[in-house]
Design a protein around this ligand. Structure first.
Ligand code: F6P
Length: 342
């Protein structure tokens, strides 16, 4: 068995832990692996690297991906799709392990339909893939947001300000809700629930009336006010999968809050800090379990499927199901976070 392994889309803490687990488990079954560089781009350009036991040694706690990544869509042009098939044959791959979010796994799913033996591993800090309770990388992002909120609390309180913290989360506000809950946010805004700017201001004013002289508001980058139709995006260009580059809701809101309440307001964009660095212990373990499962799926001929966490168990679900829709925030947990709003 010779399998290719690639990491696509935005990077995410825990990618290297998956790669390491795949290679170590695979070797116990006599499998060999080829590392495809930079996601689907590497398959188009036949850019590969060896992923031996030596190469993966020591990478468990290392952030990013030793394989590199990109947001290349190899199915956009038919000549590229032909190249993918040609290069899979040229490399002599019997299977392909695709570690990615909805875009990368969407390609893996389509390639499976076209006859390629793909298996998927769910990666995204956004935690928005269906069929799995958690994607790896999410826990690390939440921990980073919680730590940032702890730090922002002290400076915001000292200056009696309002602080708007913009976090990642395109179509789903998982990071905002879990990070905000862990960091004691006074208001959390998510893409699933367009917000009313006056209600956000009312939350700030209620806190002032209750002698709380500061407020910490967490907004997912995909959150938007009812008054504006659709997401706020400063950069109007689209990526290869047609996604808008988000960003700007924090700044927008800070200006509006200061204007409407008279409270001095600042904003912070946590951005790619949420994706960088070493994975948490939870993500290292989850990523390792996913890597082991990916190899077991190949062994058992379970192609067109994705490793998934359901409860405490690692299972497999169809790639079709995983990418069928965006897994939006569970309103029960959002309700819990809401108990602590101003
Ligand atoms: O898809 C994961 C994600 O981190 C989103 O939350 C965010 O909008 C996007 O990637 C940022 O992408 P890039 O690294 O291309 O700017």
């Amino acid at each position: 068995m010779k399998a290719g392994i690639l990491t696509g889309g935005g990077d995410c803490p825990g990618l290297n832990a998956v790669i390491r687990a795949v290679v170590k488990k695979g070797h116990t079954l006599g499998y060999n692996f080829v590392g495809i560089r930079d996601g689907w781009k590497g398959l188009l350009e036949l850019s590969t690297m060896p992923v031996t036991a030596e190469v993966v040694s020591g990478i468990l706690p290392v952030g990013g991906t030793i394989l590199g990544t990109s947001r290349t869509n190899p199915l956009k042009k038919s000549e590229d799709t032909d190249k993918v098939f040609k290069n899979i044959n040229a490399l002599g791959l019997d299977a392909l392990i695709c570690i990615g979010g909805d875009d990368t796994l969407g390609v893996a799913s389509k390639l499976f339909d076209m006859g390629v033996k793909t298996v998927g591993v769910p990666k995204t800090i956004d935690n928005d893939l269906c069929g799995t309770d958690f994607t790896f990388g999410f826990d690390t992002a939440v921990s980073i947001v919680a730590e940032a909120l702890d730090r922002l609390h002290s400076t915001t309180e000292s200056h009696h300000r309002v602080m708007v913290v913009e976090v990642m989360g395109r179509h789903a506000g998982w990071i905002a809700v879990y990070g905000g809950l862990a960091g004691g946010a006074d208001c959390i805004l998510i893409p699933e629930k367009p917000f009313d700017i006056d209600e956000v201001c009312a939350c700030v004013n209620r806190r002032t009336a209750a002698n709380k002289r500061f407020s910490l508001i967490v907004a997912a980058e995909g959150a938007y006010p009812k008054e504006v139709s659709g997401i706020i995006s400063k950069d109007k260009t689209l990526d290869a999968f047609g996604h808008a580059k988000l960003g700007g809701v924090g700044e927008f809101l800070a200006v509006e809050i200061e204007k409407r309440t008279g409270h001095e307001t600042r904003h912070v964009v946590l951005g790619h800090l949420q994706r960088g660095g070493s994975p948490t212990a939870f993500d290292r373990i989850l990523a390792t379990r996913y890597g082991i499962k990916a190899v077991e799926m190949i062994r058992d001929g379970k192609f067109g499927r994705m490793a998934a966490l359901q409860g405490a168990k690692i299972v497999d679900v169809s790639l079709h199901e995983a990418i069928s829709k965006t897994k939006t925030v569970d309103m029960e947990i959002f309700g819990i976070a809401g108990v602590f709003f101003g």
